[in-house]
Design a binder for this molecule. Structure first.
Ligand SMILES: [Zn+2]
Length: 101
């Protein structure tokens, strides 16, 4: 069980920023990949109670806040609302994207 003060402590003391891997944005007709766009600058794709923030690999904009672990979701590309580059969470997927382009 995680108490509210414990969550707050985790946010303050153990917060880590992880840069996602920049990747080519697949074409709209490529059914192997799902491309996500945030609706507004400053919005997040995901927000949780963990200590990891996932940031754009190019400009450092935070795309996901409060993750508990770096979870690989294959076939998903997150477009940064600031610099508009594609971001993925592992080099394995970048290689797949490079092969597709
Ligand atoms: Zn960016």
């Amino acid at each position: 069980m995680e108490f509210a003060f414990e969550t707050e402590r985790v946010h303050k003391m153990r917060r880590r920023h992880v840069r996602l891997t920049v990747a080519a944005i697949p074409g709209a007709d490529d059914e192997r990949f799902c491309v996500f766009h945030t609706p507004l600058l400053g919005s997040l794709y995901l927000e949780g109670q963990g200590h990891l923030d996932d940031d754009c690999g190019r400009c450092g904009t935070t795309l996901m806040r409060g993750m508990r672990s770096i979870t690989g979701v294959s076939g998903v590309v997150f477009i940064c609302p600031s610099c508009h580059c594609g971001n993925i969470t592992s080099a394995v997927r970048r290689e797949a994207l490079d092969a597709a382009s």
